[in-house]
Design a binder for this molecule. Structure first.
Ligand code: ADP
Ligand code: MG
Length: 784
């Protein structure tokens, strides 16, 4: 139970016994609180004014469960209704506000089968000039917009003076002709399906009125002063409802086509924009910095707490192998001893290849951890193809040698089967070791037999998919959990498997390397082992990006290589042709075209997620046996698949894939000894972001560099899948951009931890409350 106890339940993170008193500010509520309000920031959003069950659901879809979450649901930018521009000086294609009078309106319904059912055209005029305005499919606007109506309009002006035009601007009807009503700065929130911008603005502003007094200050005043931070309440106020002159970054000040405002309807190809930095030293920027620091500090401090707590558990102390498998003279030692303690050495001696120095180094690091009684919590990182599997299997053999069971969890059945085959091959000379496989696609009887073997201890090693952590799976003595491609799993999934043992050791493998600047925030509580080099004699992989025009040349090239006995993967982004995006290559169409037009004499199979696990397996076996020349597939083959004779990877519609995915796909070739190729085919016109990805793929094969660039292009949450995994998800902070604040927060957390590691000083009560509520519940709340 240790992970949940230490990480997700505030109760047991309890660092001192005495219950924390609520601060005096919390009780000094002028009105008598309703029962729900007593819960302060923990009040479920459905009790906020203006939130019914429907809206509560929509908010929950965005991760907003409580008032606290709502306050942290920060705007992505602001609409500037304040600064009024003369029509004559509207910047072309810029966002602006004008105040003008309607001089002409026309409402019509176009004929024909157009999707436009209603058009409202208006001309508006101020002292400087005229502007055309048009709204579509909003016939009810005819009621509000009439000749003579004065409007404050906000939107993007297109064209050039004197023929400027605004499409569907937002507007406010001004009541009095003479009076220039002041406009507001309006927050732009991330939205989900059923919530409109207007609705969420009201919900937040009402919640601020009622609940902001619960935003108790927890930061010691010395820190506030040192950094020039505003109070907590003030910081949230400024970010949600900045006043003119406070320095909030306004849409009207943004360059044309700014990423920030394209996020509302951006396709998922584009990176998610963050709330931008403001001008230095404005009240708004100080407020932003304060909340960034707050997030980072609380996270850093909580990591220290968890680490301290974890170290106190007594896990399994696996016995030392004998002889030592990494002794210099291992080859000289005769291994006759039948003792289990000799298995690790037997394993190393009988591998089909010599372990590289890097592999030996990380094996030793893992071994050192496993011999100690504190549970291992280690990340094994190494680029695609660096040979992480054999290292993981070493750890499993070590666990088995000490009388424990070891489980390896893989994200796909294909990979689980492949790993089982590798394990059996690697452990051939240790016949005492029983390896079983547990996947969702297994027949009931087979599954029961495997479960029985695990429960009784009849099998020491198991490889499986998600099926491994299901409730009905029990172990006799689970001593090691290995999670392969760990970024494909949620923290909770990993922990469900871990909980099947008594503080077993944990090894998580990933090919998504993380730059050092970030590892602290992403894997702060894990020790890290890195395999920094590939095994020797790896062939070159040439990567080429080309366009559809050259498609037949590509197939000609593939055909030549097949003629030489090599094999190819052809990957498409989707299975079936898409009605809405007819240009997207699907496996169905590609398969047809390739078999009927391009590679008519070759043996080609189609492989995708809808095939049964047995079919998939049979196909991979056929490729391995050389009975197939090429496989047309979706990303089912993305991770882990290891077929040394495959030398060509053709990715159709490569612009649809992210960098990490492209790198993983490319990693399927270049695993044998032959020179390999990765060909990326895209349309000629690409978004700048997609083009950058293609160029980077051509330029480098180095996974670290790709990860680093990916980070710059997309931001850490996206790039490392931390959003999905629920490990960390900062609302505002971006550890890359806010690196300087990260350093400061880390230092402050360090100092604080030195001084008061258990936060028993009453002056730190509020801080402690804050850490518990912010980090005590992550694993409970975030959907995996
Ligand atoms: P990844 O780190 O991507 O999981 P794998 O563990 O699948 O990589 O290893 C890739 C290939 O390299 C496999 O075929 C594996 O058997 C082989 N391999 C691993 N270590 C070595 C080594 N030291 N020398 C030669 N080949 C190796
Ligand atoms: Mg692997």
């Amino acid at each position: 139970m240790h992970y949940e106890l230490s990480y997700s339940q505030p109760k047991t993170l309890d660092i001192n016994e005495k219950k924390v008193k609520t601060s005096s500010k919390q009780t000094a509520h002028s009105q008598k609180p309703t029962p729900d309000e007593k819960r302060g920031l923990e009040t479920p959003v459905q009790f906020c004014p203006g939130v019914g069950p429907g809206r509560a659901k929509a908010l929950e879809n965005m991760g907003v469960y409580t008032v606290r979450d709502l306050f942290w649901h920060l705007p992505r930018g602001y609409e500037d209704f304040v600064h009024v521009t003369d029509i004559a000086s509207l910047p072309p294609n810029g966002i602006a506000t004008v105040v003008a009078t309607v001089t002409y309106v026309e409402s019509r319904m176009p004929r024909g089968r157009s999707r436009v059912r209603h058009i409202l055209n208006a001309t508006v005029k101020d002292d400087s000039g005229e502007l055309e305005v048009v709204w579509f499919n909003q016939s009810y606007l005819s009621e509000q917009i009439k000749q003579g109506t004065r409007l404050r309009l906000h939107g993007k002006a297109e064209g050039r003076a004197p023929f400027m035009k605004m499409s569907s601007p937002k507007f406010v009807v001004l009541s009095d002709e003479t009076e220039e009503e002041a406009g507001d700065i309006l927050p732009l929130y991330p939205l989900s399906d059923k919530l409109t911008q207007g609705a969420i603005r009201k919900i937040v502003s009402k919640a601020m009125e009622r609940f902001s007094l619960y935003l108790v200050e927890w930061m010691p005043s010395a820190i506030l002063q040192e950094h020039g931070f505003p109070s907590r309440m003030e910081a949230f106020r400024i970010l949600h409802a900045p006043q003119a002159g406070e320095g909030a970054p306004l849409d009207s000040a943004l360059p044309e086509e700014s990423l920030l405002f394209n996020t509302m309807d951006a396709d998922d190809d584009e990176p998610e924009a963050l709330l931008p930095e403001g001008e230095i030293n404005t009240p708004w920027e100080n407020a932003r910095r304060r909340l960034v620091f707050e997030e980072l500090f609380l996270h850093q401090f909580s990591l220290r707490l968890v680490q301290g707590k974890l170290k106190q558990f007594t896990g399994i102390s696996h016995p030392a192998p004998n002889p030592e498998p990494f002794a210099e003279n291992l080859d000289a030692i005769e291994l006759e001893i039948k003792q289990p303690c000799a298995w690790p050495a037997r394993f190393v001696q009988n591998l089909p290849f010599a372990l590289t120095d890097e592999q030996r180094k990380v094996c030793r690091e893992i071994q050192t951890d496993m011999l100690e009684s504190a549970p291992m919590n280690r990340l094994l990182q190494g680029d695609v193809g660096s040979g992480k599997t054999v290292v993981s299997v070493y750890a499993m053999v070590l666990a088995a040698a000490g009388g424990c069971q070891a489980a390896l969890m893989a994200p796909t059945e294909l990979l689980a089967q492949q790993h089982a085959a590798s394990i059996r091959a690697f452990t051939k000379t240790i016949p005492e070791l029983q390896t079983v496989v547990l996947t969702g696609g297994m027949k009931a009887a087979e599954r029961r037999a495997v479960q029985q073997a695990l429960k009784t201890g009849g099998a020491q090693l198991v490889v499986g998919t998600h099926a491994l952590f299901q409730e009905d799976v029990e172990f006799d003595r689970l001593g090691l959990v290995v999670v392969d491609e760990q970024h494909k799993f949620g923290v909770e999934q990993r922990e469900r498997l871990v909980k099947k043992g008594e503080h077993p050791d944990l090894l998580a493998a990933t090919a998504t390397p993380i730059p050092r600047t970030l590892s602290l925030t992403v894997y702060g509580d894990m020790d890290i082992s890195t395999i920094a080099t590939l095994p020797p004699n790896r062939p070159e992989i040439r990567t080429r990006w080309t366009h559809w025009i050259n498609e037949s040349k590509v197939w000609g090239f593939v055909d030549e290589k097949i003629a030489l006995g090599q094999q190819a993967y052809i990957v498409c982004p989707i299975i079936d042709p898409s009605e809405t995006q007819p240009d997207l290559p699907s496996t169905e169409e590609a398969f047809e075209a390739i078999t009927e037009k391009h590679l008519t004499n070759r043996r080609i199979a189609l492989l995708h997620g809808r095939h049964s696990p047995q079919d998939k397996q049979a196909m991979m076996d056929a490729v391995r046996a050389g009975d197939l020349d090429a496989v047309v597939a979706t990303t089912v083959i993305e991770v882990g698949v290891d077929l040394p004779n495959a030398t060509i990877m053709v990715i159709l519609g490569a612009e649809r894939f992210g960098l990490a995915q492209l790198h993983q796909l490319r990693g399927r070739v270049g695993r044998g000894t032959q020179k390999s190729y990765c060909i990326l085919i895209t349309p000629e016109r690409l978004s700048p972001y997609a083009e950058q990805r293609m160029r980077l793929m051509e330029a480098t094969r180095d996974g670290f560099r790709i990860a680093e660039e990916d980070l710059k292009l997309r931001g850490p949450g996206e790039a490392f899948g931390t959003k999905q995994s629920g490990r960390i998800r900062f609302h505002l902070a971006d550890p890359m951009r806010d690196g300087e604040l990260l350093q400061a927060a880390n230092q402050t957390a360090h100092d604080m931890f030195q001084k008061d590691p258990r936060l028993i000083d009453p002056a730190h009560d509020n801080m402690k409350n804050e850490i518990l509520s912010a980090y005590g519940r992550i694993a409970l709340r975030r959907p995996s």
